[in-house]
Design a protein around this ligand. Structure first.
Ligand code: EPZ
Length: 420
């Protein structure tokens, strides 16, 4: 794929309707879940993203048949042909580690390359592996691969040292065909985790405490297929809400789940952005007042999501006064800051806290995307910057945002994708 860039001519004011896609971070584990059963599984409202393609190819290599019909995927793993996810697949997408749990539950063994770090941090999977060991798995590390076996799930209590989204999901999946109670405490309660737990129950597992930070799962050998509509992508929605705010726009977002957006809505309202709930799937964001500074600290759900941090940093550069942003989840998630400073933002970094002084007029510039959400923050900056912004390496963007320029252009953005 030729390297592509996105050109944006700013400033513009976004007005109109946008339709939010299904959640990437729910779709990926839901796809991995299909390894648990030989029954067909139907997944609806799947976003068209590179990460979905990556997960499809990994599952296909393991033995899953995949049928695509628009945004509906039907996945059937009548037999697992192999239990090895090699490094060249895993390094492209760390969410590939989500095949560990289902492979252990279905076949009792798995070999998956350690994902390695990424731009935003080391991102180990030690908590996943400790959870597997607690329930009886044997874990070895060989040539950079996790080599795991799990004969029989044993009753245990697992306390996660820190909240881990995919760690919680992997542990649930690993225990889902056993018959001993596995108690998980300090679980992640992100909506994506809750959807996985709900579907595991629909498949025949027994889970107590769905949606809470303490879940006890008793698996079921005779686990069935499922038919699910993926929840809306709360991070994509938050990104468009920030885009409406930064351009002093007026946007209606359709197909959202308002309940999942409470922390972002609260922050925007504190900033004096008008957010009105039209119904439980539709919100309107109107920014026609001067924006007020706020302090943001990322936290596990229902706190302010780390995946929305970069986008709100761009927004806060346009706010009169001093705002602060503290990143508590990842150790290196400020890669967007130097690029924003090149566009004229006034941002200082001290350890894990940013101090943002506004309002700093931004000027268009050539900038480089480094990770998925940092690239979204550069797009937002380009929408309000005076002149042309060229965001390169936008393959990062395509991993998590479906047709972003096709969604932004009808709203009034002067945006195009070019081959660079
Ligand atoms: C999920 O990643 C999301 N990805 C991330 O979204 C998101 O940023 C993150 O959760 C936090 O909300 C998917 O769901 C596919 P964690 P995950 O395990 O599960 C440390 C995006 O932009 N940790 O909750 O990998 C870890 O290093 C992506 O869509 C360990 O130390 O994140 C991090 O500092 C980016 N050991 C913190 O915990 C472990 O075994 C939270 O990580 C696991 C995690």
């Amino acid at each position: 794929m030729a390297l592509e860039s996105i050109l944006i001519d700013g400033p513009s004011r976004l007005q109109g309707d946008v339709h939010i896609s299904g959640a990437k971070n729910a779709a990926l584990p839901l796809m991995a879940l299909t390894l648990l059963t030989d029954q067909p599984c139907t997944l609806r409202h799947i976003p068209k993203l590179h990460d979905i393609v990556s997960m499809s190819s990994i599952l296909h290599s393991l033995g899953t048949q995949i049928h695509e019909d628009g945004s509906t995927l039907t996945l059937t793993t009548s037999a697992v042909d192999k239990t090895h996810a090699p490094y060249e697949d895993v390094r492209k997408m760390r969410a590939s580690v989500l095949v560990l749990g289902p492979l252990l539950a279905r076949t009792g063994k798995a070999r998956v390359a350690l994902p390695g770090g990424c731009a935003i941090g080391v991102r180990p999977i030690d908590l996943h592996l400790k959870a597997f060991e607690s329930m009886g798995a044997n874990i070895e590390i060989e040539d950079g691969d996790v080599v795991a076996t799990l004969d029989q799930v044993k009753a245990c209590t697992i306390v996660f040292d820190r909240v881990t989204v995919t760690g919680t999901i992997n542990a649930l999946m690993a225990a889902s065909r056993g018959n001993a109670p596995v108690k998980l405490t300090n679980c992640a309660t992100e909506p994506e985790v809750t959807q996985i737990a709900e579907i595991l129950v629909a498949m025949g597992a027994n889970i107590d405490g769905v949606g809470s930070n303490t879940m006890t799962i008793v698996g079921n050998k005779d686990i069935q297929g499922f038919d699910v509509t993926v929840i809306p992508d709360r991070i994509e929605a938050g990104t468009y809400m920030a885009a409406a705010a930064i351009t002093q726009g007026d946007m209606i977002l359709h197909h959202v789940c308002v309940e999942h957006l409470q922390s972002a809505i609260a922050k925007l309202q504190r900033m004096q952005v008008g957010v009105s709930i039209l119904d439980d799937q539709t919100i309107r964001v109107v920014a026609d007042q001067p924006l007020l500074p706020v302090d943001i600290q990322t936290a596990p759900y229902p706190g302010f999501p780390t995946d929305m941090q970069a986008q709100f940093v761009s927004l806060l550069t346009q706010v009169e006064g001093r705002s602060t942003v503290t990143e508590t989840i990842f150790e290196n998630r400020f890669m967007h800051v130097p690029e924003l400073v090149r566009m004229g933002a006034q941002i200082r970094i001290k350890n894990s806290m940013l101090s943002i002084s506004g309002r700093a007029p931004l000027k268009g510039a050539p900038v480089m995307a480094t990770d998925l959400r940092a690239s979204a923050s550069l797009i937002l900056a380009g929408l309000v910057a005076k002149g042309q912004t060229k965001v390169s390496r936008i393959y990062h963007l395509d991993r998590g945002y479906e047709k972003i320029e096709e969604k932004l252009a009808p709203l009034g953005a002067k945006i195009q994708r070019i081959k660079s």
